[in-house]
Design a protein around this ligand. Structure first.
Ligand code: IVH
Length: 667
């Protein structure tokens, strides 16, 4: 494959795995398999003179929220961590050295550094004027976020009024303390879909439309940055800024401390790692900042992170325990995966007795056997996984682990390949249950009340065989199920009916097509507009025109959509009245964009072409694939294609990314 294409394909895969891991806490591959992908990407990128894989800080914007443009972009942080490149100390010392040089400070002089916990929450920007909270916004894509002022006010996490009358912006993290999360999780377990972790739960709450329901849920905040202040002298140091914020009534983390030099900062980080699970709220590392604020301006920022601060990431907590047994579990696509049954062991706040072993191929490569002492970690501090055998543990006489000879659910002999086993029976009950649960999941059709227990009964007792069958269930049938009263049955019927309106993108997620995550589903929906148009695609080029879709992905999508079983499900869903069209983003006509036709070429720095296209359409413009005399503007990114030459030949006005952003902002 052409290297650039391969790189795009790897980028798409990595982005999908980032999304699964960080947004859904449901990784499909092990950390080591992810690292392999990422290394392949980095090698290829280096050969092409491109930067290594950088996880984009996810875009948290949600349709239906007003947009807030950040006066100063909300960036991410560079990271240091123990790993193959050496200890985090060395990396931190190197950062200090670079920083000293940039500030022209004498070598080996100790910088004053503020060290504080890195809160694992949702970043927020708060603007106060005349002593009142006027705007609270999420990070969004870093440049523009969602307006969540009503939600933040209702949550009570930050003061609505402060003594200072001048305009200023503070930034920090909203989070759910562990106790608040447990209480909430108990309540939400009723709908069968327990909340994954405090961070995701908090992000979900802040996007609730009925802001008043956020009162009393225990959402909390720590503010850690004064972004700007008008008409007053700003505090000289980061620590003074924290003191000022505290005096204004903002919650400020009590564990911030100034130390001198990177060695001392590293020692502070190591010492704090021991205490991280006793805090009552989640932290995923520490942040080290140059304390003198006048240095911040000198150091500046890259597109991705400021140079005046750096994150020290904690390793996931790891415990050794005995592997008692391995059971086979069938996933929605029939993949049979090994699940470890462990001697219970406390790990990062919960007791773990089951953990993922990913796939049989990896178990074989790692030489894991039943009876072994194994290391257990929590991926993203959420999902426990077995990462390997404890070296030098007692003599190993354990039983080897092999894929089962028959699917544990339907008994069909599985198909075997390098990575493991797959049940080929599309009517396998276990697969059906997983597919239905996926269809009902939050990222897909979002049907509350379809948890494990209910779905299993739908398949076993009510003969549900495909998502389309959900739409014919009535209250009486559902009320006949165990643990489902008349009221819940009524709610469930209503929730199922309501799900018909989710639109094409969410439906595509719900169909659980391979390679199609939330982002690609959205891109497909926006590009094709309807299921009908998507099903008519025969030409790979129509799919590979989407940024990041390689030939392999395009082929896989076309093959899946041509599969008669998939077509039958889609037809039955259409018959049941499920919406098969893309939801049109609300158009807010922006003069300068509305009614104009755009063509995009090359790679943009802060957004993909699909995101740019979405914003243009949302502002009332149109986006087309080829340049013609009717084109009003061609937006040119890095490494543009032949479209640029054509635009020049036709004398069509060119825009760079900045120009496009200015137009979008109505300037
Ligand atoms: S300083 C340029 N301090 O971590 C951003 N960030 O991985 C300056 N975070 O986007 C951020 N605790 O949302 C800073 N004490 C802390 C933090 C913190 C959590 C988050 C923040 C940032 C992300 C970077």
């Amino acid at each position: 494959m052409e290297p650039r294409r391969e790189l795009e394909q790897l980028a798409r895969e990595l982005a999908r795995h980032d999304e699964l891991y960080y947004r859904h806490a449901a990784p499909e591959i092990s950390d080591s398999a992810y690292d392999e992908l990422r290394e392949r990407y980095d090698r290829l990128a280096a050969a092409l003179g491109l930067p290594p894989w950088q996880q984009r800080p996810g875009d948290d914007r949600t349709p239906g929220f007003a947009t807030v443009r950040h006066r100063i972009p909300m960036l991410s942080l560079e990271k240091v961590a123990d790993g193959p490149d050496g200890g985090a100390e060395q990396q931190l010392l190197a950062w200090e050295e670079r920083t000293r040089r940039a500030l022209a400070l004498p070598a080996r002089s100790a910088l004053a550094l503020l060290v504080e916990p890195k809160i694992d929450g949702v970043s927020v920007s708060l603007i106060y004027r005349e002593g009142r909270l006027r705007t609270a916004a999420t990070r969004g894509d870093g440049l523009e976020g969602d307006d969540i002022t009503a939600q933040v006010l209702a949550s009570g996490a930050v003061p609505a009024r402060v003594p200072a009358q001048h305009p200023f912006e503070v930034r920090g993290e909203l989070y759910l303390p562990e106790a608040a999360f447990s209480a909430l999780r108990e309540r939400s377990a009723d709908d069968g879909r327990p909340l994954a972790n405090p961070r995701n739960a908090c992000a979900g709450l802040l996007k609730r439309k009925d802001a008043d329901s956020l009162a009393g849920l225990g959402i909390a905040a720590f503010l850690y940055h004064l972004a700007w202040a008008e008409g007053t002298e700003e505090p000289a140091t980061q620590s003074a800024a924290l003191a000022w914020m505290r005096a204004q009534g903002f919650p400020v983390n009590p564990h911030a401390e100034v130390v001198h030099g990177a060695a001392a900062a590293a020692a502070r980080c190591r010492a704090f790692a021991e205490r991280r699970f006793q805090l009552g709220y989640g932290i995923d590392g520490m942040v080290i900042k140059v304390d003198e604020r006048r240095f911040h301006a000198v150091l500046g920022a890259t597109e991705h992170h400021p140079r005046w601060g750096i994150a020290w990431k904690f390793p996931p907590e790891r415990r050794a325990t005995e592997l008692l047994d391995v059971v086979a579990q069938v996933g929605k696509s029939g993949r049979i995966t090994p699940v470890a049954v462990l001697a219970p062991v406390p790990l990062a706040g919960t007791t773990v007795s089951r953990a993922s072993l990913h796939n049989y191929g990896e178990v074989a490569r790692k030489g894991i056997r039943i009876g072994d002492q194994v290391w257990v970690e929590k991926a993203g501090d959420i999902i426990p996984q077995v990462v390997g055998v404890v070296a030098g543990a007692a003599a190993r006489a354990g039983r080897p682990i092999a894929p089962p000879a028959a699917c544990p659910s339907c008994g069909t002999p599985p198909l075997l390949d390098d990575s493991g086993a797959r049940c080929p029976n599309p009517a396998c009950p276990a697969q059906l249950i997983e597919r239905l649960k996926h269809y009902a999941s939050r990222a897909a059709m979002d049907i509350a009340g379809l948890g494990d227990a209910v779905v299993t009964q739908l398949v076993d007792k009510l003969g549900v065989r495909s998502p389309a069958d959900l739409y014919r269930l009535d209250v009486e049938q559902l009320a006949s199920l165990e643990r489902l009263g008349e009221k819940s049955a009524r709610n469930l019927v209503a929730a199922i009916a309501e799900s018909k309106q989710r639109g094409l993108a969410r439906l595509l997620v719900g169909l659980a097509l391979e390679h199609v995550g939330e982002k690609l589903a959205e891109d497909l929906a926006q590009r094709f507009g309807s299921m009908e148009a998507l099903l008519a695609v025969r030409d790979l080029g129509e799919l590979t025109a989407i940024e990041g879709v390689g030939e392999r992905t395009a082929q896989a999508i076309i093959a899946q959509l041509a599969n008669p079983a998939v077509r039958a499900v889609i037809a039955a869903l259409a018959e049941a009245g499920v919406e098969m069209h893309a939801r049109r983003a609300a158009v807010r006509a922006v003069p300068g964009i509305a009614g104009k036709s755009f063509v995009l070429t090359g790679t943009l720095a802060t957004m993909t072409r699909e995101e740019a296209a979405r914003q243009i359409v949302a502002a009332g413009g149109t986006v087309s694939n080829s340049v013609s005399r009717k084109t009003d503007f061609v937006v040119v990114g890095r490494d543009p294609g032949s479209k640029l030459a054509k635009a020049r030949a036709l004398g069509i006005p060119l825009l760079d990314e900045e120009g496009l952003r200015a137009l979008l902002a109505g300037q």
